[in-house]
Design a protein around this ligand. Structure first.
Ligand code: ZN
Length: 118
């Protein structure tokens, strides 16, 4: 993945859709965005024209792709960019749950176990 050099995205060209093989991304006039003719998603060009970013819907993660000249290569979310706090929160929740399920102060640990692990 990393060995493939990213190519600059040309806003005057059509590209295949990263979600649907048969979809086409067509430039939207006067914007730095592409629209797919199949899945109706929109992708905004970011990072000085080297990546496209999916406009997130309510229930999806924001995804970005690089253009390698032949195909899209999904960009793994960097831990340093906003995902670390989320990871820490998730880790904290797990720790709290572990402590809660094993605490001797809890009157009914079996309840907590059945509640969280089933
Ligand atoms: Zn599509």
């Amino acid at each position: 993945m990393q060995s493939q050099k990213a190519q600059k995205i040309d806003l005057n060209l059509d590209y295949p859709c990263p979600c649907h093989r048969r979809g086409r991304l067509t430039p939207i006039a006067l914007t730095e965005a592409f629209g797919c003719n199949r899945c109706q998603r929109f992708f905004v060009v970011q990072d000085n024209g080297y990546v496209i970013e999916e406009l997130p819907t309510n229930y999806s993660y924001k995804r970005t792709w690089r253009w390698t000249g032949h195909q899209w290569s999904i960009v793994s979310p960097s831990l340093g960019k906003g995902y670390l706090p989320l990871t820490m929160v998730a880790l904290g929740v797990v720790i709290v749950l572990l402590v809660a399920t094993q605490s001797p102060l809890n009157s009914s640990p079996a309840f907590w176990r059945s509640h969280f692990w089933h």
